[in-house]
Design a protein around this ligand. Sequence first.
Ligand code: THU
Length: 134
Amino acid sequence: MMKNNNEKKYEELYKVASEIRKNAYAPYSKFKVGAALLSENGKIYTGVNIENASYGATICAERSAISKAITEGERSFEAIAVSASKNPAFPCGICRQVLAEFAPDIEIIVRNGKDLEAYSLEELLPYSFKLKEK
Ligand code: THU
């Protein structure tokens, strides 16, 4: 499923996601998630889930990472790795829509047993909402 030349790069990206997971703030669900977002410039932006006593105010790891990257001026992304308490962990619907805004061609990297798998956003969110075609 994964292109051979990307395997090493994505293993490293996944490792970053797994390491940052320790900083997740998940006292309510106890489900910790770490994300590592690779920009086209080759920089990695990490994110963790940040829960809230008002549950709906929770932000997922993927959106934490993208918020950081967009704030730093990044606009193009190659891949995002997601590591959670239980894997594979796919981005939720809201995060898929946020990724579609900035990175319609991004690859989503998840762990399935000892293998890494790469999915296109088009596979995970076909017919995503757009105000107009870019
Ligand atoms: N969560 C993420 O951080 N990313 C996902 O893609 C799915 C869910 C978080 C939100 C919440 O803090 C916890 O996982 C349980 O839903």
